[in-house]
Design a protein around this ligand. Structure first.
Ligand code: NAD
Ligand code: MG
Length: 409
């Protein structure tokens, strides 16, 4: 269980880290929204952290600039064709340049204390596993890897004595108030959801929304994929699956509460009726700072909550009729086996197709549902199987997306 790992590694860290040397950090997906928030924190504490490796998909210019600013040892672009651009942008800096998927995995294997896993989608699975397998502390933003291969990732965490720290704001909140020593005394996890930009919109109107509207989240500034996931509420579905793997609580005890202000980041209810919550402004630098400094705390520049002017905090139930992704994610989690892998892969393809203007907003959940129906359920045991199922689901979803949009809700 992740609990044991966390406690054990806490004891080890306390025993071995008497004097505080800078923590060595690698950031996978450094040029993204979470990656840039992480870089901002690292820039503010140059004495506390040393940067080992930074990776990006293909933006060599931006990556080189970050690597220079942070004094990284290694910078890696996943896209081979960007190697020359990266090499040129780093010339004279003494920073090593590399390219290709294997090089991203090697970056994760470099000897850093903490690996911030912030690649988006199942593309981050192999590199995150590489960090897990050397027993690193992995600060995990990349929730999709717990959806597509949750049981396998968690088994590897236990086997290699790695430490997994959630960066997703809800899971970071739960982690902060979850009593791992009395997990059986937890009666509910209350996962809060903003409801996204279409919280009050009817399905007829949703059928016509544009990618620009979908990525304009009311509270959080995030990458395009997770912004669309928030708009369909698939993000919350993925987070139920993520919570199921991170915390020893059954699926039925993980409840979603829509809380449009995004001030309470999640709550844990105990058998005596106590509800513990973590609050803060909606700024990812708070949960990222928590993971970077754990088990200590470090300053983060996030806006402070002003309770004199905060006004009302409101709560409402989620609506699975208007947001079918919520139902699909729970269904996949209950079905188990390959279903969550299919859910994730089909969703990645459907979101990309929506962002490209190939399908409508409501088609996203439809494509995911049809992919789940086509691929059925079977047990999932190995990483090779994850790769095969992921590919198969992508092919099915792409085929469904190619047939175009279904315009009406
Ligand atoms: P993003 O799209 O802004 O950034 C993704 C990063 O991954 C970029 O650096 C990109 O270059 C890299 N990348 C993309 N595809 C890649 C590939 N095939 N190989 C290697 N690198 C690749 O995404 P984000 O919003 O920063 O989200 C990152 C992860 O964190 C996602 O899993 C998301 O669900 C999770 N998360 C994000 C937020 C947020 O506020 N943005 C909050 C909670 C969780
Ligand atoms: Mg979240």
């Amino acid at each position: 269980m992740v609990t044991g790992q966390i406690r054990t590694s806490l004891a080890v860290r306390q025993a071995t880290e008497g004097a505080r040397a800078p923590r060595r950090v690698s950031v996978l997906g450094a040029t993204g929204s979470v990656g840039r928030s992480t870089a901002d924190l690292l820039m503010r504490d140059r004495a506390g952290f040393a940067v080992e490796a930074l990776t990006a998909n293909r933006n060599a210019e931006q990556l080189a600039e970050m690597a220079r600013a942070l004094g990284a040892r290694l910078a890696v672009v996943a896209d081979d064709s960007q190697y020359a651009a990266l090499k040129a942008a780093l010339s004279g800096s003494g920073i090593e340049a590399a390219a290709g998927e294997a090089a991203v995995i090697e970056a994760a294997m470099r000897p850093s204390d903490i690996v911030l896993a912030a690649i988006v989608g199942a593309a981050g699975l192999e590199s995150t596993l590489a960090a897990v397998r050397r027993g690193a502390t992995v600060a995990l933003a990349n929730k999709e890897i717990l959806v597509c291969a949750g049981a396998i990732v968690m088994a590897e965490v236990r086997r290699h004595g790695a430490t997994l720290l959630p960066v997703d704001s809800e899971h970071c909140a739960i982690f902060q108030v979850f009593d791992f020593d009395q997990a059986e005394r937890v009666s509910r996890i209350l996962l809060t959801a903003s409801g996204g930009p279409f919280r009050t919109m009817d399905r007829w109107a949703m059928a016509k929304v544009t990618p620009a509207q979908a990525v304009a989240h009311p509270n959080w500034s995030m990458g395009a994929k997770i912004s669309v996931d928030s708009a369909t509420m698939m993000n919350k579905g993925l987070e139920v699956i993520e919570a199921h793997h991170l915390f020893p609580v059954e699926e039925e005890k993980i409840e979603i509460v829509v809380h449009p202000q995004s001030v309470i980041h999640s709550m844990v209810e105990y058998v005596d009726g106590s509800v513990l919550a973590q609050l803060g402004s909606p700024d990812m630098r708070t949960p990222i700072a928590y993971a970077l400094a754990w088990p200590e705390r470090m300053p983060a520049p996030s806006a402070r909550l002003d309770f004199q002017t905060l006004g009302n905090l409101t709560f409402e139930p989620p609506d699975p009729q208007r947001f079918p992704a919520l139902r699909l994610a729970r269904q996949a989690l209950r079905a188990g086996g390959i279903a969550p892998t299919v859910l994730n892969a089909a969703n990645e393809v459907a979101v990309a197709a929506f962002l490209e203007g190939e399908v409508g907003f409501l088609d996203i959940a439809r494509i995911v549902e049809e992919s789940l129906n086509v691929l059925g359920s079977e047990p999932l045991a190995t990483l090779d199987q994850v790769r095969v199922v992921d590919e198969r689901a992508r092919a099915v979803a792409r085929d469904l997306a190619r047939r175009g949009r279904v315009s009406v809700g």
